[in-house]
Design a protein around this ligand. Structure first.
Ligand code: SF4
Length: 120
């Protein structure tokens, strides 16, 4: 509660905001959704509207008791480095799927980023 009082003056609780961790979000999926669905959906995005990108880092130095994110504990950056290679490959695939000229309006990093320190 003390944290809420400190953060409230910054307007963090003034509006209800969606929490997106996948695109499309889970309610959009149906029994007919398959691997061909995502490229179709992404390709149909309006190139005039900037997209928001969320990159989840599922590794944390310590696991928070309140966390509902997919994550696991780690004391080194080794799994993070391997994961980032996969993220880079995924971004290359996405770049081929998105409409030409589309721009990124927001980039949000989530997951263990704040607490993972380099201990190689
Ligand atoms: S740092 Fe973030 S992702 Fe990791 S356990 Fe805490 S709340 Fe969850």
């Amino acid at each position: 509660m003390e944290h809420i009082e400190k953060l409230a003056p910054f307007g963090l609780f003034d509006a209800r905001m969606p929490r997106y961790t996948s695109y499309p979000t889970a309610p959009i999926f149906s029994p007919t959704t398959d691997e061909a669905s995502q490229p179709v959906w992404l390709g149909a995005l309006d190139p005039q509207v900037p997209v928001s990108v969320y990159v989840h880092i599922p590794f944390c130095e310590r696991l928070c008791w309140f966390c509902a994110c997919r994550t696991q504990g780690t004391t080194t950056l080794n799994p993070v480095a391997r994961y980032l290679e996969v993220v880079e490959d995924e971004l290359k695939i996405l770049a081929k799927t998105l409409p030409a000229g589309i721009r990124m309006g927001r980039l949000h990093w989530g997951g263990g980023t704040p607490t993972t320190r380099c201990q190689r």
